[in-house]
Design a binder for this molecule. Structure first.
Ligand code: C2E
Ligand code: MG
Ligand code: MG
Length: 585
């Protein structure tokens, strides 16, 4: 008797295998197909060259040639031949159908193989997308700080610049801003503490920027701010995108808070490090349409912040673009000027103001650089010294002035004897002091020209002399060479009479802005008098700069200022003219 229950169960199993959404194949150990369900024939058919699915190995020959060997390698009566083997159909794949199959083969016993085939196309696509996403985020992440990088900022800005204006418009219109920050004198940190410490400092700066932006109180509008981002965009450069701002003032408030937070010392290897940042700000309304332009405008404003002394934020204005382009022109022309000998040095007499009213014309001279530009004529230093400092050309420029001035000075000693100037003053810029070997250069130049060190005076501005330890140390090294130091433009910087004793200078040069009112303003006369008194008490010499009239000369003489310099005595002169000037006094 036939057991109908059993027949039904068998039929159900066959139906199940027949309709399963997965390809099932039973084959002999040589690949001969015994049974296969419709799903497996539809998945494998594109691979069957002659339309025949008689042998599994033959069907898969092109895409999985290793299958035959893998099967032979299974010695045991049963076992796994392969599992989830990815098979790409390549050209064989029909459009819109499976592109990749996943194949598993099992040895059932001494004579039979069981294979499953599935469509793995979607899965492979998902994997590829995941991988691409990971690679993309890596390409947009700064490896050191794990912050977004320049690419990420550009992408973000571009997207924000393309945003349609908000519907409410008018008073409620929201904007965004870009802050661009550059560390002031970061190279010094690297030089002094090493690159690894510099790197750690950058990480700390990045963390502090993020922490400062975090408090929701800065979220001016809780519905906006989606685009906010802090990124590292260059070696010592950071950018912050501020989103959802009502006004320019909002951006400036955040900028001020950032600068404040960043001015606090960082602790590095138990040592307190103060690093200042200069910041440029661009408001979305003032920005160009390209993200790259916006970033460039912000960096132009940052350079202006640096030029203004650093550690501050400057908002971008379109006129700055013009100035930046002009500076770039000056820089490239100046490079040429150094190569083509277009620079020269003029000398302004510094005279002794004797108490008896007499004037000592040979007290000294100050060397002042000039540039004979092929098109623009003679260019004054105010137009190119700062560009030279920013572009690193100041080293070569300063060397040129020092060498030329010393050799002229030595020639005067030979030719004029008694009537030759007794002291040569040369202006020094901060960048020259940053060079570790510079004091040795000074010693060499003096020796080459047979000059005594005390015949050379180096002039530094008060903001420079009052600055960091490294500068102080370099100034002391110069003093050890035997040259004297003068504090230039005294009264215009931020150090005061009370801190004069901390500076390693021998002479104080009182700025022209005081001297020019010496005869007309009681207030200025008192300031000059106080400066002379304090300088004298510290054993320092005094020079009044920019004396233009007899009345001014009389006024500073009355305050017992030892020396004077100015158009009243002489304008700066080319070397041969100076010789004539000295001869006629
Ligand atoms: P400084 O060192 O304070 O030089 C004095 C400046 O005042 C000179 O301008 C000089 O021509 C000008 N001056 C002198 N007497 C009078 C006067 O009676 N009235 C007026 N109105 N001006 C007077 P200059 O030559 O244009 O130099 C400007 C600044 O450029 C200098 O100021 C100095 O800081 C810098 N500089 C000049 N040469 C060099 C150099 O070789 N290296 C560096 N690093 N800086 C230099
Ligand atoms: Mg000077
Ligand atoms: Mg001066």
């Amino acid at each position: 008797m036939i057991d109908t229950n059993k027949v039904d169960a068998y039929e159900a199993l066959v139906q199940f295998l027949y309709r399963a959404p997965i390809g099932l194949v039973q084959a002999g150990l040589d690949g001969t197909v015994d049974m296969l369900n419709p799903m497996s024939s539809s998945l494998l058919m594109p691979l069957a060259r002659d339309g025949s699915l008689d042998n599994l190995f033959t069907v898969l020959q092109d895409v999985a040639p290793q299958l035959r060997d893998l099967t032979a390698a299974v010695d045991a009566p049963s076992g796994v031949v392969c599992e989830g083997l990815r098979v790409e159909l390549g050209d064989a794949a029909a459009p819109g159908a499976a592109q990749v199959l996943a194949l598993s083969v099992l040895k059932l016993d001494g004579t039979r193989l069981m294979a499953t085939v599935t469509d793995a196309t979607a899965e492979v696509q998902r994997e590829q997308e995941r991988l691409a996403r990971r690679l993309r985020s890596q390409a947009r992440t700064d490896a050191l700080t794990r912050m977004p990088n320049r690419e990420a900022v550009l992408e973000q800005l571009q997207q924000m610049l393309g945003r349609p204006p908000l519907a409410d418009g008018g008073a409620q219109h929201r904007g965004f801003a870009l802050l661009f920050m550059n560390c002031d004198r970061f190279r010094q940190v690297n030089d002094a503490l090493g690159q690894a410490a510099g790197d750690r400092l950058l990480v700390q700066i990045g963390d502090r920027i993020r922490a400062t932006l975090r408090p929701p109180s800065d979220r001016i509008d809780p519905h906006a701010g989606a685009g906010q981002m802090a990124a590292r965009v260059g070696a010592d450069e950071f950018a912050v995108v501020l989103d959802g701002l009502r006004s320019h003032d909002d951006a400036e408030r955040v900028a001020a808070r950032l600068l404040d937070a960043l001015a606090r010392p960082h602790t590095l290897d138990g040592q307190d490090i103060v690093i200042r940042l200069s910041m440029g700000l661009v408001w979305s309304g003032d920005a160009g349409r390209e993200a790259g332009e916006m970033l460039r405008d912000a960096s132009i404003a940052m350079v202006e912040a640096k030029r203004a002394g650093g550690a501050r934020c400057v908002a971008f204005e379109t006129a700055m673009r013009e100035r930046a382009a002009r500076r770039a022109d000056i820089e490239s022309d100046l490079r040429q000027a150094l190569a083509d000998d277009q620079l020269f040095v003029v000398y302004q007499p510094v005279v002794g103001l004797r108490a008896d009213g007499a004037t000592d014309h040979a007290a000294g001279v100050e060397a002042l650089v000039r540039w004979r530009h092929p098109v623009r004529g003679v260019v004054p230093p105010i137009e190119f010294i700062q560009v030279a400092e920013e572009s690193g050309l100041i080293g070569a420029l300063g060397d040129f002035v020092l060498r030329r001035a010393c050799s002229d000075f030595a020639a005067w000693q030979r030719d004029l004897g008694e009537r030759a100037p007794r002291l040569l003053a040369v202006n020094l810029s901060r960048a020259q002091l940053a060079e570790p070997g510079w004091p040795a250069v000074v010693r060499d130049v003096l020796a080459q020209n047979g000059m005594r060190p005390d015949q050379l005076q180096l002039e530094v501005t008060e903001s420079l002399a009052a600055q960091d330890q490294q500068v102080q140390q370099r100034l002391h090294e110069l003093k050890a060479v035997g040259v004297t130091l003068a504090l230039d433009d005294f009264g215009t910087g931020y150090s005061s009479l009370s801190s004069l004793h901390q500076l390693p200078v021998d002479t104080v040069k009182i700025d022209r802005s005081f001297v020019c009112q010496a005869d007309t303003s009681h207030h200025h006369r008192v300031l000059i008098e106080a400066t002379v008194k304090v300088a004298q008490s510290l054993g320092m010499n005094t020079v009044a700069e920019g004396i233009e009239t007899e009345a001014q000369a009389a006024a500073v003489r009355a305050q017992a200022c030892a020396k004077g310099q100015g158009y009243l005595f002489s304008r700066p002169l080319a070397a041969p003219d100076l010789v004539d000037w000295l001869a006629t006094r």
